[in-house]
Design a protein around this ligand. Sequence first.
Ligand SMILES: Nc1ncnc2c1ncn2[C@@H]1O[C@H](COP(=O)(O)OP(=O)(O)O)[C@@H](O)[C@H]1O
Ligand SMILES: [Mg+2]
Length: 249
Amino acid sequence: MALLEIEHLTKEFDGVTALQDVSLEVREEEILGVIGPNGAGKTTLFNCVSGIFPPDRGAIRFRGDPIQGSRPHEIARRGIARTFQIVRPFPALSLTDNVLVAYGHRYYPRLRASTTASRTQASLQACHGLLDRVGMPAGHERAAGTLPLGLKKRLEIARALALNPSLLLLDEPSGGLRHEESQELLELIRRLNQEGITIVLIEHNMPIVMGVCRRLVVLDHGIQIAEGDPAAIQRNPQVIEAYLGKASV
Ligand SMILES: Nc1ncnc2c1ncn2[C@@H]1O[C@H](COP(=O)(O)OP(=O)(O)O)[C@@H](O)[C@H]1O
Ligand SMILES: [Mg+2]
C-alpha cells in the first residue's frame, strides 16, 4: 500500500477547475516531485491533502485511512506536515517560539496554550534540536522577521518537523533563493529523506527537482499530463510543450 493515495481528486474555484480528476500515489520513503506551470494546481493539491480546502470530489487516503475533508490539525496529527510557498513565520516571535508553537500544537490545540503551557525545558530543548537539525545558525532567540529568506525557509521546515511528520509536503522551497542557498536546501531535503521522511516536492528549479526526485508528476491546467522518472519526463513531448520548453532546464 502506498503511504498516500489520491484518487479522482477534483477541486473547483468559482468556475476555475484547479484540479481535475487527479489520481496519484506517494510511496513510502520516496521523494516525489510535482512540477507544472503556474496555475497548474500544484498548491491546490497540497491544500486538499493538508485539509485547507475540502476537495469537491475524489478520495485521499493516508496509510489506507480516508482523510479528505478532515481538518488541518487532524491531518497534521496523523503525520502530514507542509510548508507554504510564501513563508509565514510569526515575525515578532523568536525562532524558538516559532517552532514551539508547532511543537506544542501536538498537545495543545489553541495557540496561547501552545506558547505558554508547553515552555518546559524538554520542549525548549526539542525545539533547539529541530533548529539545529535544519542547519539554523546560532541565535535562536532573535525574532523570525529579521531572518533572510533562505533561513526563513529553514525555519519553516523546522516548524513542519515539529509535528514529527512521516510525510512532508514542500511547496517551492527554493523559490527566491540564490544558487548556493538552493543547493544547501537540496542537501537538507535529501538528509531528511534519508532519515525516513517521505517527501513531496513542488519545485520550479529543474536541476533541483531532477537531481533529488526519482519520480515526477506533471500537472497542467489541473490535469495530470505525465508521471515517470526524470529522464522520461524530460523527453515527454507533452511535458516539453506545456512546461519544460518554457522552464529553465
Ligand atoms: N483560494 C482560491 N480561490 C480561487 N481560486 C484559486 C484559489 N487557489 C487556487 N486558485 C486557482 O486555481 C488554479 C490553480 O492554482 P494553484 O494551485 O495555486 O497553482 P500552482 O500552485 O500550480 O501555481 C489557478 O487558476 C488559481 O487561480
Ligand atoms: Mg503554487
